[in-house]
Design a protein around this ligand. Structure first.
Ligand SMILES: Cc1cc2nc3c(=O)[nH]c(=O)nc-3n(C[C@H](O)[C@H](O)[C@H](O)COP(=O)(O)OP(=O)(O)OC[C@H]3O[C@@H](n4cnc5c(N)ncnc54)[C@H](O)[C@@H]3O)c2cc1C
Length: 472
């Protein structure tokens, strides 16, 4: 994987930039109060807006979706464990009691830092006194041929629903035409042995078990193959070796074919080719190998890391733009007393969002801004039923059932909205006691022609093209 810690500048990009405006520029909200625009209602943007609620500024939160999504559980939607609305929450509802926070649904298409305007597709530009860029990340195919066209990314709720549709449809196709097995119809290849890939693989083999109750004609556990590819020598690269080994053992015991040191060379609609010449026939490539900053990062002229993240100052403001802050997955925040940047994690996003909000208040109050300091709360990954790994600060590490229970409760606690928490809890509880993955509906966004033969991938392709248009 390319080195993401090096930085470049985007000087050759046609970004909108120029004169620096004063920190204490006059208000643009028309209320006599400073106006803060926040791009993105993810973990980072949401925490910016929450921190500024009830303060002396007006906030406009812009997102292209009208909901906040809990990305760490997207794989549960994709693998039929949870419903999409268990992990997504309406943004207007979150701020319905906040008098100074307004939501605007729209896709940001440019930033004029000179004029201090955010351009939103199809509507008037929004003027700002302070801007927080929190548009997150997008999937990174590292330029590998075929991944963009044939891979299934997992960044958004529609991605998860689309993947669920596809996986379930592959079994339905096999039921109609078992001849598809040789073409890899039920070979599911997951690329990326980080937490997302591991969680996905664990859940997929559980889905095979559930589907076995549904299909009488064949044993889904025998015909379904889950192949997890990781280019490094171990799964979960940031975890300690004992937890990596445990993870691999559990996955393999449950039927996942783990291949480490496996580097993807190219992908087609029929197969995945590895650099060592191995060919894996498949119609399903799940891409969990990496992310890069949202293209929104290119809209200001400033230094960027290799993965496109904006390299920010210690107080999280963007170089040469003191009234613009970047937070979460789209910001490259230097590790204190260390090399490289903080990882793209939910905790980093939330803490950086809160910090940026506090620095905006410092600027408004004509105080000095302060350095961002990240408090590491540890990391966790689940491998499936009763199995997880956890590393906590202070060198505490544990695995197995207790780690899994902790994982479940922490994730339920972190989901936004009481109804969502309750619903996720009930669904998980039901699935746990019934050994089921209950959200097994194919909810297509284009009608399926029942006569489509197994080898024709037009429906998937059409859906993917539509999704790419939506997320472009
Ligand atoms: C599948 C998956 C699993 C993960 N698992 C974990 C985990 O277990 N633990 C963990 O700590 N982290 C995990 N992460 C990472 C974590 O989710 C991210 O670090 C976190 O979501 C970053 O928050 P953010 O606010 O920066 O970006 P996001 O949460 O991505 O939010 C960005 C927001 O910006 C909006 N947006 C983007 N472009 C535009 C535009 N042009 N106009 C308007 N709005 C726009 C998006 O709609 C989105 O709402 C996972 C990520 C993924 C994808």
């Amino acid at each position: 994987m390319p080195d993401m810690t090096q930085s470049t500048t985007n000087g050759d990009r046609p970004a909108l930039h120029g004169r620096m405006r004063s920190d204490t520029s006059p208000n643009t909200s028309g209320t006599g109060r400073p106006h803060v625009v926040v791009i993105g209602a993810g973990f980072a943007g949401l925490d910016v807006a929450k921190e500024l609620t009830g303060t002396e500024c007006d906030v406009t939160l812009v997102d292209r979706n009208n909901y906040h999504k809990f990305q760490p559980l997207l794989y549960e939607v994709a693998m039929a464990g949870l419903e999409p609305d268990d992990i997504a929450h309406n943004v207007r509802h979150i701020f319905q009691d906040s008098e100074n926070v307004t939501f605007r649904l729209g896709t940001v298409s440019g930033i004029d830092a000179d004029a201090q305007l955010v351009q939103v597709r199809g509507s008037d530009p929004i003027p700002y006194d302070y801007l927080v860029m929190a548009a997150g990340a997008v999937s990174n195919d590292f330029g590998i041929p075929g991944v963009k066209e044939h891979g299934f990314p997992l960044k958004n709720v529609p991605d998860a629903v689309n993947l669920r549709n596809h996986v379930l449809r592959q079994f339905e196709r096999y039921d109609r035409n078992p001849g598809g097995a040789e073409m890899g119809a039920l070979n599911f290849v997951i690329v990326g042995g980080g937490p997302t890939g591991v969680e996905m693989a664990g859940a997929l083999v559980e889905l095979f078990d559930t589907l076995n109750e549904d299909f009488q004609a064949f044993d889904t556990r025998k015909v379904g193959r889950c192949i997890l590819l990781e280019m490094q020598e171990d799964l979960l690269p940031p975890y300690r070796s004992s937890l990596q080994k445990y993870t691999r053992n559990v996955l393999e015991r449950r039927g996942v074919e783990v291949q480490t040191g496996a580097v993807v060379d190219r992908v087609s609609e029929r197969d995945v080719m590895l650099k060592d010449g191995t060919r894996i026939p498949t119609q399903t490539l799940i891409w969990a190998a990496g992310v890069q900053a949202s293209p929104v990062a290119n809209y200001v002229q400033s230094e960027q890391a290799r993965d496109g993240r904006l390299v920010v100052n210690d107080d999280l403001s963007v170089a040469d733009h003191p009234n613009v802050f970047a937070v979460g997955d789209m910001a490259a925040m230097r590790v204190e007393n260390g090399d490289g940047f903080h990882p793209q994690l939910a905790q980093v996003a939330m803490q950086s969002g809160r910090h940026a909000a506090k620095q905006i208040l410092n600027r408004i109050r004509e105080r000095e801004t302060g350095r961002f300091s990240y408090t590491d709360l540890g990391q966790m990954a689940t491998i499936g039923r009763n199995a997880a790994v956890a590393e906590l600060p202070g060198g505490i590490a544990f695995k197995g059932f207790f780690a899994w229970v902790l994982w479940v409760f922490i994730h339920i606690a972190k989901i936004v909205g009481f109804r969502n928490r309750l619903s996720a809890f009930v669904n998980w509880g039901y699935n746990y006691f019934t050994y089921s993955r209950s959200a097994r509906l194919i909810l297509d966004i284009v009608p399926i022609d029942d006569d489509i033969p197994l080898e024709v991938e037009e429906v998937d392709q059409k859906i993917r093209e539509q999704l790419k248009e939506v997320s472009a």
